[in-house]
Design a protein around this ligand. Structure first.
Ligand code: NAG
Ligand code: NAG
Ligand code: NAG
Ligand code: NAG
Ligand code: CA
Length: 522
């Protein structure tokens, strides 16, 4: 998902078409250069050290902060501000503000991914190209792993809730200092951990953003970690070589083909996409080997079938309470990740460094009691599973979220569950006035897949100049245009250029035989 190479010239007009046109701040470029270089000495922000201020011409490659990427691409001319903000005496957030010459008055904050640690450089380029003053942060620590959390609860706090708030508070002051006037509207964009951070922002700091775009959110985080570990364990992790339940990559192909055979047609079209995975009652026992099977046959042993039965069932805890929805039938099992035979690194890191404080923990001893422990400790309040978004709703905030229905990392059922939790908590049968969830058939984790998986949710994800096809533009229209401009559907584009309408939950995506396409049904 690198943004370089996309025709941003084409996209650059995109936001002019939005409902409100702001007086644009476009002095001659020499003035920008001078104003930018003067900014460093003018900024005096609490707890914040300005590391560098530089004017960057269009089409540049620049060095980065942190350890995740060596260089970043800058498409449009901008003023770049790098800063460190001490959040406590033992924690610091690194951030960058990219302030485009051609600014339409909007602020955009960016999220992170996994346990990271990585400033979203392609998002900075994307946002500034769309004329947002765009700010990203390292989430309170560098790198992809979680080692920094060990013995540092304040770094966990940055990760769990604080870094995005700092990004908003400090970022907005930098923006005002540079352009000489405050931003008009503020937006947030992120996926996965970024989706959780956006949700956390709406819960804890409802004033920070007017519009939040939160994809595939890693909400109910502790149970997500537990689910990840249990799924890995069902096939024998962390020592799968010796497990009779281990499913090697070649057999996953067999499983995936059988899931399709059983469930692809439920939506009326044999297209390799299961529109509603929750309607798929997968029977893995069909794949059970006959008694005379040889090792090379594409069939499963009884322990493998039992493992699949658990994988495709919701996860219940010690008191039989639902902890997490099931793995979506149709999701590609990614033998590298959940089903590699070991517990994924991100899960191990979280347990060892943030929960147990034990780098020697033997993952053969992992079990349901660890879910109880994670619930008790809930480091930094990372769970992000509360339904009370009333403060965000009441100040006029708008929330857009989306989730791929073959997401192999975060089950899409969790986004339905969060919607239902908010709906119950606020006693609102429909959240349409401020919160809309778009479920994306045939899309994996945040992107990709056979479905119409490109709809403006990340840098390279769309070149169509319309809020009907671009979820970030749809959010801008909704925030600035009010209820009449709320998105009813989002049109996605597949790799082959085919389009499909995506429906907002609880509407359903249904095949319309007369029209020869999918539509949305209440
Ligand atoms: C984008 O659409 C608007 C009208 O909706 C149009 O004025 C503008 O020229 C378009 N930009 C491009 C690059 O096609
Ligand atoms: C941030 O913390 C570091 C280390 O404690 C300290 O040296 C520095 O002066 C602090 N910076 C600001 C701006 O408070
Ligand atoms: C600055 O840091 C101190 C503690 O290090 C903290 O109490 C205070 O809230 C911080 N201020 C801001 C604006 O973050
Ligand atoms: C690990 O340390 C954190 C503070 O950094 C603490 O909240 C947590 O309770 C500790 N875990 C255990 C199992 O003691
Ligand atoms: Ca289908």
């Amino acid at each position: 998902m690198d943004s370089s190479g996309l025709g941003f010239g084409f996209l650059s007009k995109l936001l002019t078409s939005s409902l409100l046109l702001f007086s644009r701040w476009i002095p001659a470029s020499g003035e920008h250069h001078t104003a930018c270089l003067a900014l460093g000495s003018r900024l005096n922000l609490e707890n914040t050290t300005i590391i560098d201020v530089s004017y960057v011409p269009a089409g540049s490659k620049v060095g980065t902060l942190g350890t995740c990427a060596k260089t970043a691409h800058v498409s449009v001319p901008l003023c770049r501000v790098q800063f460190f903000t001490n959040t406590t005496t033992t924690s610091v957030v690194h951030g960058e503000a990219w302030l485009p010459d051609e600014w339409y008055g909007r602020f955009l904050g960016l999220g992170n991914g996994g346990l990271g640690g990585c400033i979203a450089y392609s998002g900075l380029d994307h946002g500034s190209s769309l004329h947002f003053a765009t700010v990203g942060s390292n989430n309170g620590h560098d790198g992809l792993g979680g080692a920094a959390f060990l013995g540092h609860p304040e770094i966990v706090n940055d990760f769990a809730f604080r870094a995005i708030h700092v990004e908003a508070v400090v970022g907005k002051q930098i923006v005002e200092a540079y352009y000489g006037r405050p931003h008009s509207n503020s937006y947030y964009m992120g996926c996965s951990t970024g989706g959780r951070q956006g949700t956390q922002a709406a819960l804890k700091f409802p004033a920070d953003f007017d519009g939040i775009l939160a994809g595939a959110p890693a909400t109910d985080f502790n149970h997500l970690v537990h689910w990840t570990n249990m799924l890995a364990q069902y096939i024998g992790a962390p020592t799968s070589e010796s497990s009779p339940a281990f499913i090697p990559p070649r057999l996953w192909k067999t499983v995936e083909a059988e899931v399709m055979r059983q469930c692809d047609g439920i939506d009326g079209v044999l297209d390799g996409i299961i529109t509603e995975p929750d309607a798929c009652d997968f029977h893995p026992e069909v794949l059970l080997c006959p008694p005379d099977a040889t090792l090379d046959d594409a069939c499963l042993t009884r322990p493998q079938v039992e493992a699949l039965r658990k994988i495709y069932s919701p996860l219940y805890g010690i008191d039989n309470q639902l902890l997490y929805p099931r793995f979506d039938p149709g999701a590609i099992a990614m033998p590298r990740d959940l089903f590699s035979g070991d517990i994924p690194e991100r899960s191990k890191d979280w347990l060892q460094y943030a929960v147990l404080n034990d780098t020697e923990f033997d993952f053969r001893e992992y079990g349901h009691e660890h879910a109880v422990l994670m619930d008790e400790i809930n480091p930094g309040g990372v769970a992000t599973f509360e339904g009370d978004l009333s403060a965000f709703r009441d100040r006029g905030g708008k929330f857009l979220t989306y989730h791929g229905r073959i997401d192999p990392v975060i089950a899409s059922g969790n986004s339905k569950r969060v919607y239902d939790l908010i709906s119950r908590t606020l006693d609102m049968p429909s959240l349409d006035v401020f919160y809309r969830l778009f479920l994306i058939p045939g899309m994996g984790h945040c992107a990709f897949g056979p479905g119409a998986a490109r709809f403006g949710q990340y840098a390279d994800s769309n070149a169509i100049n319309a809020s009907s096809h671009n979820i970030l533009l749809a959010l801008v229209d909704w925030v600035e245009g009010g209820e009449a401009a709320a998105p009813d559907t989002i049109i996605g584009t597949a790799e082959d250029g085919a389009t499909r309408v995506h429906c907002r939950y609880p509407q359903r995506s249904m095949w319309d035989a007369d029209a020869g396409r999918f539509g949305c049904v209440a």
